[in-house]
Design a protein around this ligand. Structure first.
Ligand code: CTP
Ligand code: MG
Length: 411
């Protein structure tokens, strides 16, 4: 990465910190959203009495993962569980919904749509009730809030908690992700319906980048055992042999695949009904970190790990765009966050669900057979890469004719 003049970096740093400050939602917004979910829970309770099981609304996505802006939509998951079940234990109970006496997801969406309409909510739309992940959409007029409710998408709740945990490790994680998300929205490359990438995809890209730095800012949380005491972790971006990279010490298994005796936290996926391992270090729902003291020790270790990296937000921002524009080998590698070494496309091609192609591929942290970037085709991939190059060139003011004055010109 070419070194930029200190004054240029300083200007980018000041601009981006000021920018981040301006888009972060206020604590009041977060509280208002929480209150609204409570209010909605009452509406759900009116509906679930007909179902013979309990139903709990669990917010996920950007209102929980710490990467949300003031105007982000509200993503909510409806978790169906046995009557009287205890929370959060019931979350991990994988009794099939038919056995709970719960209605099929399509019917649950329909019933809920009816109750929401009766209660005066606007633009209630259940047309996606038969999608792979059934969704109910509506608007809360007074709060100008777009809401999506999906049924039993427990993996999304788990990956939200994973993202949230990453966001809490170091303030730079959230800051960098905010700039990247805003850039992607403004440059119109953040819309899966138009074959560009979801916000979720960009956040995974940011986490991957921070894990693969020469001095990593983030460790791979899924590869750390509950006993992790802060040992350093090797990455493989600096040209070393992929198979040799991984955690230091004894945690490598025979194939060099990282810790093999990690605990398992199973959650049922709703697409194929397969169980997924959703363990990660410092998980707030984990039995290993059940007391506030355990949790705080785990978070302190993670923050101390991050603090070894001294990069400013400006260094990271320039480095991110440079890496994605010019360094990352999109043809050969997959963006992933599960462990410290780079995943090759070749290794994924043995899995049925993955096809070898030259485009961007992003491995979902839990549902590893799922490519988060699968919607992105050749044309859009080229567009996104051009945007990476543009952002880097403007930040670095690489061409004298493209002198960039402020961050606003870049994003
Ligand atoms: N999600 C997922 N798989 C995807 C896309 C999304 O599991 N392919 C889940 C993730 O839990 C993610 C949530 O849906 O956190 C919301 O996704 P998205 O809207 O892309 O991200 P947000 O963080 O909500 O960003 P925005 O502020 O743009 O709404
Ligand atoms: Mg969202």
């Amino acid at each position: 990465l070419p070194k930029l003049p200190a004054a240029r970096l300083e200007k980018i740093n000041v601009d981006s910190l000021r920018f981040v400050e301006s888009v972060m939602p206020s604590p009041e917004t977060e509280q208002t959203r929480k209150n609204f979910v409570d209010e909605l829970q009452n509406v759900v309770n009116q509906t679930s009495v007909m179902w013979g099981c309990d139903a709990k609304l669990v917010p996920f996505g950007s209102s929980v993962n710490n990467f949300g802006a003031e105007n982000s939509d509200l993503d909510i998951c409806l978790v169906l569980m046995p009557s009287g079940a205890r929370w959060p234990d019931a979350f991990f109970d994988d009794t099939p919904s038919e056995q709970l006496g719960a209605p099929p997801a399509t019917k649950a969406v329909e019933d809920l749509a009816a109750t929401l309409s009766e209660n005066g909510f606007e633009d209630v739309d259940d047309s996606r009730k038969s999608a792979r992940i059934p969704i109910l959409q509506f608007r809360h007029g007074p709060m100008e809030l777009e809401c999506d409710i999906c049924v039993d998408n427990r993996l999304a709740v788990r990956n939200t908690l994973l993202l949230r945990t990453y966001s809490l490790i170091d303030p730079r994680v959230r800051q960098l992700a905010y700039v990247v998300k805003t850039w992607a929205k403004r440059r119109k490359i953040n819309n899966p319906a138009e074959r560009t990438l979801s916000s979720y995809g960009y956040i995974l890209m940011v986490i991957h980048y921070l894990q693969q730095l020469e001095t990593p800012l983030l460790p791979p949380l899924q590869a750390l055992p509950p006993t992790w005491a802060g040992e350093p972790i090797k990455t493989s971006l600096d040209g070393s042999n992929d198979a040799d990279a991984g955690m230091d010490g004894d945690d490598l298994d025979e194939d060099g695949n990282g810790a093999s005796d990690l605990p398992v936290v199973l959650v049922q996926s709703n697409s194929e009904g397969a169980q997924q391992d959703t363990y990660f270090f410092a998980d707030p729902q984990s039995a290993y970190f059940s007391t506030p003291a355990d949790m705080s020790t785990a978070m302190k270790r993670l923050s101390a790990f991050a603090a070894r990296n001294k990069d400013s937000l400006a260094d990271l921002l320039v480095g991110f765009f440079w890496t994605m524009a010019l360094k990352f080998d999109w043809r050969r590698h997959v963006i992933g966050v599960r462990d410290a070494h780079l995943v090759t496309k070749e290794s994924k091609a043995s899995e049925d669900s993955w096809k070898l192609h030259q485009r961007m591929a992003i491995e979902d942290p839990f549902e590893t057979s799922y490519d988060v970037a699968h919607v992105v085709r050749d044309r859009e991939f080229r567009l996104i890469r051009e945007e990476f190059v543009r952002a880097y060139a403007l930040l670095a003011a690489a061409s004298p004719r493209q002198e960039a004055d402020s961050l606003d010109d870049v994003i």
